[in-house]
Design a binder for this molecule. Structure first.
Ligand SMILES: [Ca+2]
Length: 328
């Protein structure tokens, strides 16, 4: 079992890796949602209330992911191109060394021992879906996928704010944005519609195999530099569930055994949403995370004042004011 510190290190390490692998990554999202305000103490040394936030984590690490498809039943041959030609193997769920289960998406990502989840090559003509359920609202900074097979030609990321009842698009990736998703190819959102899901083909750099696709929630959003006063973007980064749908595989070969979705690491960077009123978000008895609300606040996300502390309206804490609830 990994300690909290090592998990934290892994998430930070992953994020540094993202900076290296995705040079376009918008650093502001990291600074705004993570580093600049990483204070877990809700009161200062003099007992005065101050904004506090739970720690930043890779929220997918060790979590059970739902996958609509996995290979192995029945056993199926698959092949991959490598530096010295190609190699072929069999995915067979009856033989442990030849399985590619969904747990390999969120295990410890070790470059020297890469473990991959895989869909069946035959299933890759269908839409293949992955879902991460977080159990409560979280503020999401990035979502990234490290591929061990061909990258998808078309892929969409969605988020839910109501535990999977409804989904809203977060980002589209496609070689033909308008034809597949009915959206223009676009790198920046308009100021009038900052919650617009954008579409890009930047993920189709050759070779089409392996590599990482990383989505930063605030990249290309005009108000990202003023995140604290942008209610629209605060809502935009918030999610209870994340869904990834692979719609079309890249054509690395005409043969079926070369066309399959395979991912070695799904990482979702973010922190528990407590509106600046909790520094901790432990797992409750029912297995779901809950904000440990301070500043006389209450609720799943500390989104209301505690009973008898309603002398002024509830507000989220900001960098300059804790906006604590006040009572008699
Ligand atoms: Ca893995």
């Amino acid at each position: 079992m990994l300690t909290m510190e090592s998990q934290c290190f892994i998430s930070v390490f992953n994020f540094i890796a993202l900076f290296i692998l995705a040079p376009n990554f918008y650093r502001h999202s990291f600074l705004t949602v993570t580093a600049s305000s990483a204070r877990t103490d809700c009161y200062d040394d003099y007992g005065r209330p101050q904004r506090c936030l739970p720690e930043f984590h890779n929220l997918a690490y060790g979590k059970r992911i739902y996958a609509s498809h996995s290979c192995g039943k029945p056993p199926r041959k698959f092949c991959k191109w490598q530096l010295r030609g190609h190699t072929c193997h069999v995915c067979d769920s009856r033989i442990p060394s030849q399985t590619y289960p969904v747990k390999y998406l969120t295990d410890l990502h070790n470059q020297n021992n890469v473990t991959c989840w895989q869909a069946d090559p035959k299933q890759s003509r269908e839409n293949v879906t992955l879902i991460l359920s977080l159990g409560k609202a979280f503020d999401i900074t990035y979502i990234s996928l490290q591929f061990c097979g061909p990258r998808p030609e078309s892929m969409a990321i969605y988020k839910s704010l109501d535990f999977g009842k409804s989904w809203r698009p977060y980002q589209f990736y496609s070689g033909s944005c308008s034809r597949v998703y009915g959206r223009p190819r676009k790198a920046f959102a308009d100021r009038e519609n900052e919650q617009e899901a954008l579409c890009t083909d930047a993920h189709l750099i050759r070779p089409l195999q392996g590599g990482r696709i990383a989505f930063s929630t605030l990249e290309g959003r005009p108000s990202a530099s003023d995140f604290e006063s942008s209610f629209v973007l605060q809502e935009w980064v918030s999610a209870t569930d994340i869904k990834i749908v692979f719609n079309r595989i890249s054509a690395v070969s005409k043969r079926q055994e070369y066309k399959y979705y395979a991912v070695s690491d799904l990482a979702v960077g973010g922190r528990c949403r407590c509106n600046g009123h909790a520094g901790r978000c432990p797992i409750s008895r029912d297995g779901k995370p809950v904000c440990e609300c301070k500043h006389h606040t209450a609720g799943n996300n500390c989104e209301q004042c505690k009973a008898f502390f309603n002398d002024r309206p509830w507000r989220p804490a900001t960098e300059t004011s804790a906006n604590e609830c006040v009572g008699k």
